[in-house]
Design a protein around this ligand. Structure first.
Ligand SMILES: *[C@@H]1O[C@H](CO)[C@@H](O)[C@H](O)[C@H]1NC(C)=O
Ligand SMILES: *[C@@H]1O[C@H](CO)[C@@H](O)[C@H](O)[C@H]1NC(C)=O
Length: 280
């Protein structure tokens, strides 16, 4: 008998293709599909179909649910990666990404009090350039900021240079990320290999579009830039004047700091003097 055999599953549960007809062997017993097992298979497929239909038509589950604030949906297919640019073994290239990360300044929102109230958010401190707005930071950006702090701490340790961040700040970040992982209780099963390496690598998952979160924040620009992060006595308002060049708040900012009419926040110029906390 001319058999073209093809192993489709692993050894103890083999599916063989014999002359184009599918035959299943259970272990080494060599039992073929009975009409009863075909019936069970049919039932199981039907149950799967009903289950899928139920899930994808349910408005609060999976990819169709919307986040509460920016209205983001999990509609981007991104595979789990094992190694990324952020884990690149080349110190120069990896450090450039972590240290010169413009996004680490983002996430501060100047949100209208009305909008904050509509969302049911707790009252937050006023934004200096418009008293109808209050200052918030997105949790996603706070997480990013924390991760970057942990990176900086580890990098300083491995290069034998003094720690630029207080230990308590780094520990706060570890605790915050730990809690966030638990809060999200991500239930995605990552596949595993027999050898146990790299679970889930390449497996597609549904992600929210981070660029849409950035755009949502930009629409409520808090004008924050984390300048002089190692300076402890700098007044927060010094970090809140980095609106875009065409912002309607520039006249107010110039007036507050006594800057000339042609002053623009960008390009950034390193400051020598700055307002101190005790001057506030
Ligand atoms: C690391 O990257 C830098 C910048 O791309 C490159 O000049 C350098 O040769 C790389 N170092 C190693 C060890 O590959
Ligand atoms: C901001 O304005 C200054 C002065 O007009 C200009 O040189 C700079 O390119 C602008 N920067 C951005 C990011 O728009």
């Amino acid at each position: 008998m001319d058999k073209s055999r093809e192993k489709l599953l692993h050894d103890d549960d083999v599916v063989e293709v014999v002359d184009g007809e599918e035959v299943q062997e259970r272990g080494r017993s060599g039992k073929k599909y009975s009409s009863f097992s075909r019936f069970i298979l049919f039932l199981s497929l039907a149950a799967n179909f009903v289950f899928l239909l139920k899930n994808f038509s349910h408005p609060t589950l999976g990819p169709v649910s919307k986040s509460k604030y920016a209205g983001l949906t999990n509609d981007v297919d991104i595979p789990y990666a094992w190694d990324t640019d952020r884990s690149n073994p080349n110190d120069t290239e990896r450090n450039a990404l972590w240290y010169e990360d413009g996004e680490s300044n983002e996430g501060i929102l100047a949100m209208d009090y009305e909008e904050a109230e509509m969302f049911g958010l707790e009252k937050s401190q006023p934004w200096p350039w418009d008293k109808k707005k209050s200052i918030h930071i997105t949790n996603g950006h706070h997480n990013m900021h924390c991760l970057r702090n942990i990176y900086i701490s580890i990098n300083e340790y491995s290069q034998g240079i003094p720690q630029s961040l207080e230990r308590m700040h780094v520990l706060h970040c570890l605790g915050a990320l730990y809690d966030d992982i638990k809060c999200n209780a991500d239930d995605t099963p990552r596949f595993t290999h027999k050898v146990g390496l790299r679970p889930g690598e390449g497996q597609i998952r549904k992600c929210r579009d981070w660029s849409k979160l950035r755009a949502w924040v930009k629409e409520r620009d808090g004008c924050f830039k984390y300048i002089k992060h190692d300076v402890k006595d700098i007044s927060t308002i010094e970090r809140m004047k980095y609106c875009s060049n065409d912002s309607k708040y520039l006249p107010k900012i110039r007036k507050f700091f006594g800057y000339p009419e042609d002053w623009t926040p960008w390009p950034y110029v390193e400051q020598v003097d700055y307002l101190k906390k005790e001057d506030e």
